[in-house]
Design a protein. Structure first.
Length: 112
């Protein structure tokens, strides 16, 4: 069997490990700054209307996301993304998320 006389890098596993670490780091930054965000807290409200908005696919595999217009105890209306099915008149406990690089809050209802 032939022996390798010259390696391109002195520590290839260290470079591979560093690459994997950086990849995971950038995926986590993207997840918490663009997709979801960090959990800020929960609020309660009552569903007043429900709508669905299609997204993705360009005609192929279009999915519909359910959104509910919810009235909080303070009288303020917010739009909530329903991960689970929302019903009219239902009292919800809504999870509030805040992305890293934005002041806009995201409201999500998940039954769990």
């Amino acid at each position: 069997m032939r022996k390798i006389k010259h390696m391109r890098y002195k520590y290839p596993l260290l470079i591979l490990g560093l690459f994997c670490f950086l990849l995971v780091f950038f995926v986590l930054i993207f997840q918490y700054s663009v997709v979801t965000g960090t959990k800020v807290g929960t609020i309660e409200g009552k569903v007043y209307s429900i709508s669905q908005k299609p997204f993705g696919g360009h005609g192929i595999r279009i999915r519909k996301a359910s959104f509910a217009r919810v009235k909080l105890a303070t009288g303020e209306f917010i739009q909530v993304r329903c991960a689970e099915y929302c019903r009219l008149g239902q009292d919800l406990v809504i999870t509030v998320y805040k992305p890293f690089f934005s002041e806009q809050l995201r409201y999500v209802y998940d039954r769990t």
